[in-house]
Design a protein around this ligand. Structure first.
Ligand code: P61
Length: 889
């Protein structure tokens, strides 16, 4: 299969679910309370829950589907949607819904399996319902087949069929999670079934994994699509059953499908007894919708390859480290007796308890107690990153190294089912495994653009070589901006949905005020619809026409509003900021000598205020040091000049202080942030960045009530109520939660480290970037990347365009085009920095995505000589970078 996309993951993260990180002491307590049976732990007590049933990340389309129709009566549109998905994807004409896979099995058994009959099968899973009916399940799995270990031994099957009493043949795709069958075997089984007049029932809950295996390993199947292979497998069976909570990524639900109207009628007449009406079978309407959408998506070639790649990679890492296991279609099945050879009677549950004890990971052997010793460590579909899986594997490997020190669980209470077991345990003396990765898992995904290179060339020409004008759907990895692009958490969404909207004062407003006072230590909290709205108001109330506004490098909207208020921006940033290759750690600092000289020359009353930006965007996301904030504030308050922060990326700056200033290594980011804010009189914030929201902003004052009163006056005129700033109440709710989440040390560390990782990979390959790597973005230095292109031919603009063509990555020009022309001379400003910004949205991309970005940029760097400049064909007067169009030279 050809892969047009430059990345393996065909999606990005749309929403996240925050993970819990119980401490070792908490884990001891949880284990004891759970009777040392990890079945009894709950996800809030667990870091990674390695179970693949009903735990998949869903697509944004599935999430949206939850609210469509949601009826479960005769003729419901959700059932119609399910019917059409079944017919299009699986090819069967009839579907009978059930509440879950057990419902499907029960229905099948009560309609087609008489007591005392025989079922030949290649699996052992889910046969519990047959026990009381005295149905005999005969294992006909072909034990001599080396590759397709789930194949049925045809001679043995014929023998069983000849013996009579066979009610149906049960063939499971990836039986017991480990054994795939070949299409050839399936066809032969069908022939035998027809010869003996017996139904072949296929359990297709893991049909995707089985199809992938066929595509890879079966002769002459390599060129067929997953969709075609799935369809053939389904059509070869008489009846298909599917667990909605597996391949279709639904939280629950099941289906039985067939082409045979008589069989369908039997099922329909019985489903009303046990499950629900034949048009919903015990599922909510929304579940049918999610299941239907999942069925359509599950045959997506890119997604299947990604899911299987993750599984293979995870299993291989464990195998390479000598962990005893069997390969599963959805993870690694640990051979517990071999892992803990000294544990005689309880190796599986002892393994599970020990793994949780050292790492907070849950892997659980379920259902009836059996003799086999495997503990499945399954990967929830699409929910974890490769890096997280590597660390889960490493936790198992670390446990294995000390396996002999793990004492056996002692049985206190027995049961026939595993969830009934109660144990006692002596905690072993083992070092905990520490995770260092994203503290969230993927909750929903959004598919990304998969244009071919030729299509991308066409797209960028059509966009006039301006990445702002590209359709987002054409972009594979979107690094245009970190503004409003964060993935919200399920907690934020829950708060958003639970809001009681109001056009006046809301509970959410009060909560926001409380949360922001706590986070910033500022008394007067004024929400705005985004950052520039706060800048507008601040500039209007603080600047007298003709006054100067010194700041640490301009930002486009900030400077524009200062100028609209009659002010004149003066750059007083340290010189190092203008040298892309300087490695100064605090390139965002204000040069106090420049500031003093300015005040001395013009007098303090000619200075409106100091405009002090954290993590200076235009300088490359460069931080300000704590000492600089202190010194500037001490000086300014001495001469009566207010200091206002642009605290848009204050958390990232706080993290930089934690990591670069040894005095703060042990200080939590939230405390650093509070200290930083002491050295200012107020702030503006674009909430679309650090606050982890898609819309929102803030104007705040530490103590000055008079300024706050003036600001509220303008807010009422330009923005909205003083209690919402023009934001929907629900957006206030999302902001409060975002502000609480943003100061989590694990989160902000993983965020900034991801940027660093991208920077490191580029630096190691010799690609010129602004150093040190910033916190929200990596800036390519176009002057050094394309030294043969004059600045008036817009090297950074062309470089951004070429990056899109080469990699499908969208970046932003920050150079001559952004800076504009000097209105007096009409000449381009030709700024010192001619940069391309690769900006990292928060919680959206994985480190694998970053590797793909780096690989692409490095390829481009190797052929940089071939790249030429651009000329304007349409040049707007203001903020020309947004709408301007170019042609290639
Ligand atoms: C960005 F090309 N930044 O970085 P608003 N202060 C700071 C910002 O970074 C910022 C704002 C204020 C954007 C979006 C953007 O010319 C451009 O909420 C430090 O966007 O109003 C925004 O906050 C303004 C990109 C804005 C641009 C203007 O991608």
């Amino acid at each position: 299969m050809s892969r047009p996309s430059p990345i393996a993951e065909p999606h990005k993260i749309k929403t996240v679910r925050l993970l819990s990180f119980p401490t070792p002491e908490e884990r001891k307590k949880h284990l004891a309370e759970a009777g040392f049976n990890v079945f009894n732990l709950t996800p809030s007590q667990i870091t990674f829950d390695m179970c693949s049933t009903g735990t998949s990340a869903s697509s944004q389309e599935q999430l949206a589907g939850q609210l469509l129709g949601d009826e479960a009566y005769a003729g419901s549109r959700n059932f119609e949607s399910l019917q059409s998905a079944v017919s299009e994807v699986l090819g069967h004409g009839y579907v009978c819904p059930t509440h879950n896979i057990l419902g499907s099995i029960k229905l099948l058994v009560s309609t087609m399996v008489p007591a005392g009959s025989v079922i030949p099968s290649n699996g052992r899973d889910r046969m519990d319902v047959l026990v009381p009916r005295e149905v005999e399940v005969v294992d006909v799995r072909d034990r001599s087949e080396p590759v397709f270990t789930g194949n049925i031994d045809l001679d043995r099957l014929a023998e069983v069929l000849t013996g009579g009493r066979v009610s149906l043949i049960d063939l499971q795709a990836f039986a017991d999670g480990q054994h795939p069958f070949s299409l050839e075997n399936l066809r032969a089984v069908r022939q035998l079934a027809d010869r003996f007049g017996v139904r072949l029932v296929l359990d297709g809950s893991r049909i995707i994994e089985n199809a992938w295996y066929v595509q890879r390993h079966e002769a002459a199947q390599g060129d067929r699509s997953i969709a075609a292979l799935v369809r053939e497998a389904v059509k070869t069976s008489h009846i298909l059953q599917v667990d909605g909570a597996q391949d279709p990524k639904s939280p629950t639900g099941g289906i039985l499908t067939t082409d045979n109207p008589a069989d369908h009628e039997k099922l329909m007449n019985e489903v009303v007894v046990f499950e629900g009406l034949h048009t919903y079978g015990g599922m909510a309407g929304r579940t049918m919708e999610v299941l239907a959408r999942g069925l359509r998506e599950m045959v997506d070639e890119h997604e299947v390859h990604w899911v299987m790649l993750q599984t293979e990679r995870f299993t291989q890492r464990l195998r390479d480290a000598g962990i005893p296991l069997e390969r599963g279609c959805d993870g690694a099945y640990i051979d517990a007796p071999a892992f803990l050879p000294h544990v005689e009677t309880t190796p599986r549950d002892t393994f599970s308890a020990a793994l949780y004890f050292v790492s907070g990971v849950r892997a659980v052997a379920q259902h009836r107690k059996g003799s086999e010793g495997l503990v499945p460590v399954q990967i929830p579909r699409l929910a974890l990153t490769n890096e997280q899986l590597d660390q889960v594997a490493d936790a198992i490997i670390a446990l294995h190294a000390h396996a002999s020190e793990v004492s056996a669980l002692q049985v206190v209470e027995r049961g026939e089912w595993r969830d009934e077991m109660v144990y006692h345990w002596v905690f072993p003396d083992l070092d905990p495994y520490e995770f260092d990765t994203f503290p969230y898992q993927i909750h929903t995904i959004e598919r990304v653009g998969t244009l071919t290179r030729g299509q991308r060339e066409e797209a960028i020409r059509a966009a006039g070589y301006n990445t702002f004008l590209l359709p987002s759907a054409d972009v594979t990895i979107d690094l245009l901006t970190d503004s409003g692009t964060s993935a919200m958490s399920s907690d934020q969404w829950a708060a958003y949905e639970a809001t009681r909207a109001s056009a006046a004062t809301s509970d959410e407003y009060h909560r926001l005020v409380r949360v922001l006072r706590e986070a910033l230590g500022y008394q007067h909290i004024i929400p705005t619809h985004q950052g520039r709205a706060a800048e507008h108001i601040l500039s209007q109330i603080m600047i007298q026409p003709g006054q100067l506004v010194p700041g640490n490098m301009y930002f486009t909207t900030t400077k524009l509003h200062q100028e609209l208020a009659g002010g004149v921006f003066v750059d007083v940033i340290v010189d190092e900021a203008n040298h892309a290759d300087s490695t100064h750690p605090w390139k965002g600092d204000i040069d106090l000598d420049k500031l003093r000289a300015l005040v001395d020359e013009h007098g303090a009353d000619r200075i409106a205020y100091v405009s002090f930006e954290h993590s200076v965007n235009m300088a490359g996301g460069q931080p300000v040091s704590m000492d600089n904030m202190k010194e500037v504030y001490a000086y300014c308050s001495g001469v009566g000049i207010p200091v206002f922060f642009d605290a848009t990326r204050v958390v990232e700056n706080a993290y930089m202080i934690q990591s670069r200033d040894p005095r703060y290594h042990e200080t939590p980011v939230k405390d650093i942030l509070r200290e930083m804010m002491i050295y200012g009189d107020g702030c503006t914030v674009s909430g679309k960045k650090d606050f982890l929201i898609n819309i929102g902003g803030l104007l705040a004052f530490r103590a000055n009530a008079e300024w706050a009163e003036k600001a509220r006056e303008l807010l009422r005129i330009y923005e909205g109520n003083v209690t919402d700033g023009g934001l929907a109440t629900a957006d206030l709710a999302a902001m409060s939660r975002g502000v609480e989440e943003m100061v989590d040390d694990r989160y902000i560390r993983s965020r900034v480290r991801q940027t660093e990782l991208l920077g490191r990979m580029l630096l190691d390959a010799g690609v010129p970037i602004v150093t040190p790597p910033g916190s929200h973005a990596i800036f390519l230095d176009a002057k050094r990347f394309l030294p043969h292109i004059d600045q008036d031919e817009y090297p950074a603009q062309r470089l951004a365009a070429e990056i899109f063509v080469e990699t499908g990555v969208r970046a932003m020009e920050r150079g001559n085009v952004s800076k504009g022309r000097n209105p007096k001379t009409g000449e381009n400003y030709r700024p010192a920095l001619e940069l391309v910004r690769l900006t990292l949205p928060r919680r959206v991309y994985t480190n694998d995505h970053m590797r793909a970005v780096a690989d692409g940029v490095i390829r481009l760097y190797e052929r940089r000589q071939d790249i030429r400049g651009l000329r304007f064909v349409y040049e707007p007067e203001k903020l020309r970078f947004f709408q301007g169009r170019f042609e290639a030279l």
